[in-house]
Design a protein around this ligand. Structure first.
Ligand SMILES: Nc1ncnc2c1ncn2[C@@H]1O[C@H](COP(=O)(O)OP(=O)(O)OP(=O)(O)O)[C@@H](O)[C@H]1O
Length: 237
């Protein structure tokens, strides 16, 4: 049985006085893909921000490979190999494609699985456009760049926050294939999505949150089979 690579235990987080995460617990096993689902405003992005250390864990703990990372700076957490594909992509529009990738390069623990050449291998469009300003790329290409940039951090854990958001169905399918390929590479992934169908297809495990609390934690197969659970917490799909 694979060990837990990322573990949240009773995590509470606030924006100022506003209590948003009310004791979130879940664990990502090494080499697996965990889909984190919930309606708009459920707290999914807040979970990602808290794991990355952008937001403080006021109570509870977050562990990477058994070591506590909550309380560390975002820089230290990223250096440890927790890499985020942020919601809205957040690429550096006025840098070139290649520069976007180069600035993110790091080798946590000496791991060098991902290099510029390998990222260009899996995203040939980025290779073709490496000297263009990132702001001139299409939405789908920008999403691939955001994923490539996270890979340049040689992640132990890859967090993906709504990578299909705002993309045409054809491009969403490309993003889905890319995520499946990364999973096949053995990456440990947390995928936050509004696209329930894609997530249920890709994920091994599913966690559903509602108003900052976990309301389901189990296999993707069990989640998909439970229509009542899906409609109650996610709406129809
Ligand atoms: N910067 C902020 N300051 C105050 N409240 C915030 C802030 N960001 C989010 N919230 C609130 O925290 C709650 C959780 O928001 P969050 O963005 O984590 O939800 P989400 O599940 O990611 O939703 P979406 O699918 O719309 O991105 C919401 O009630 C939201 O209004």
């Amino acid at each position: 049985m694979a060990s837990d690579i990322l573990e949240l235990t009773d995590v509470h987080a606030y924006y100022g006085d506003s209590h948003v995460l009310h004791g979130i617990s879940f664990a990502l096993k090494e080499g697996r893909l965990l889909g984190l689902l919930g309606r708009n405003g459920a707290g999914k992005t807040t979970c990602m921000s808290t794991i990355m250390g952008f937001l403080a864990t006021r109570e509870g703990a977050i562990r990477l490979n058994g070591e506590k990372i909550s309380g560390n700076s975002p820089e230290a957490i990223a250096r440890n190999g927790v890499c985020l594909v942020p919601q809205g992509r957040r690429i550096f529009r006025s840098l070139t494609v290649k520069e976007n990738l180069q600035v993110a390069a790091q080798t946590p623990g000496g791991r060098t699985a991902w290099t510029l050449a390998r990222v260009f291998d899996i995203f040939p469009r980025l290779k073709e456009r490496q000297s263009q300003f990132a702001g001139s790329l299409s939405g789908g290409e920008q999403q691939m760049l955001a994923i490539g940039r996270a890979l340049m951090g040689n992640p132990r854990v890859l967090l993906m926050d709504e990578p299909s958001e705002g993309l045409a169905p054809q491009i969403v399918a490309d993003v889905g294939r890319t995520i499946a390929m990364l999973k096949a590479e053995g990456l440990s992934i947390v995928l936050v999505e509004q696209n329930i169908k894609m997530t249920l297809n890709l994920a091994d495990d599913i966690v559903i949150i509602n108003t900052g609390q976990v309301v389901f934690s189990g296999s993707a197969g069990d989640a998909a089979a439970d229509q009542r659970l899906i409609s109650q917490h996610l709406g129809v799909f």
